[in-house]
Ligand binder design. Structure first.
Ligand code: CTP
Ligand code: MG
Length: 230
């Protein structure tokens, strides 16, 4: 069984909006509703666990759950202080029949079912997989003094996105080790890497952006408008 954990318990502070960014409207629908819809429509996803802010249960009910009536959303749990804490709360809520867990940012509404499939397939084969895209620009690694230390070969540098998918044993163990060793990662693949595990990179789409700042909303609207015409 494949379970998706969708994270929406952040504060959205960089968006500087009145409302948590997940509930802002993108093409007549809240961002989070777009995101959940993709997992709801994927035949590979059996259950969805939604992780939201403890203060936004009513908001989520009113803006999303009552209106869209997603059948696969089986549990709604409150998130934690950092993203990693929210993920762990989601992992602790997965059904005991779960083999593969997908972890996805609620703020990435433009993923596709095809990317979900590639990610699940790789997690089944390798135990851990992350979606990402090759970097388009040249990266510089800086010293603290803001002088360039070195330039990594561009073909080896990818931008990470979500979903990331794992066998349940791998991701549970990675979070246990992170707690024991007080590691706080910005994604879940990092925790698997930290315990020496291999993470397979799966090529996704450049369009699978994370809505972080106001200009990302403009980009997302444009991508959706373009998709409608193809
Ligand atoms: N997230 C979460 N719990 C947290 C922090 C983040 O569930 N404690 C989620 C966010 O809701 C988002 C995803 O993780 O869908 C990626 O995080 P980010 O884009 O940084 O969102 P926010 O933390 O909400 O935004 P900001 O950092 O600007 O406050
Ligand atoms: Mg954040």
């Amino acid at each position: 069984m494949n379970t998706a954990i969708i994270l929406a318990a952040g504060k959205g502070s960089r968006m500087k909006a009145q409302l948590n960014k997940q509930y802002l409207i993108l093409k007549e629908k809240p961002i989070l509703a777009h995101t959940i819809s993709v997992f709801e429509e994927s035949p590979l996803i059996d259950e969805i666990i939604l992780v939201i802010s403890e203060f936004e249960h009513d908001l989520c009910k009113n803006k999303i759950l009552d209106k869209y009536k997603f059948k696969k959303v089986k549990k709604i749990v409150s998130g934690g202080k950092e993203r990693q804490h929210s993920v762990l709360k989601g992992i602790n809520a997965v059904n005991e029949k779960t083999d593969i867990v997908l972890i996805h940012d609620g703020a990435r509404p433009l993923l596709t079912k095809n990317v979900i499939k590639k990610c699940v397939d790789s997690a089944k084969e390798y135990g851990a997989a992350s979606v990402g895209v090759p970097i388009k620009e040249t990266i510089k690694i800086m010293g603290k003094d803001k002088f360039v230390k070195y330039t990594p070969k561009r073909e080896n540098v990818w931008v990470t996105q979500t979903p990331q998918a794992f066998s349940i044993e791998v991701i549970k163990r990675a979070h246990e080790v992170a707690i024991e060793q007080e590691i706080l990662g910005t994604d879940d693949a990092m925790l698997v890497e930290h315990m020496g595990g291999d993470v397979k990179m799966v090529e996704g789409d450049y369009e699978n952006i994370k809505i972080t700042t106001p200009d990302d909303l403009i980009t997302a609207e444009a991508i959706l408008a373009h998709k409608k015409h193809i």
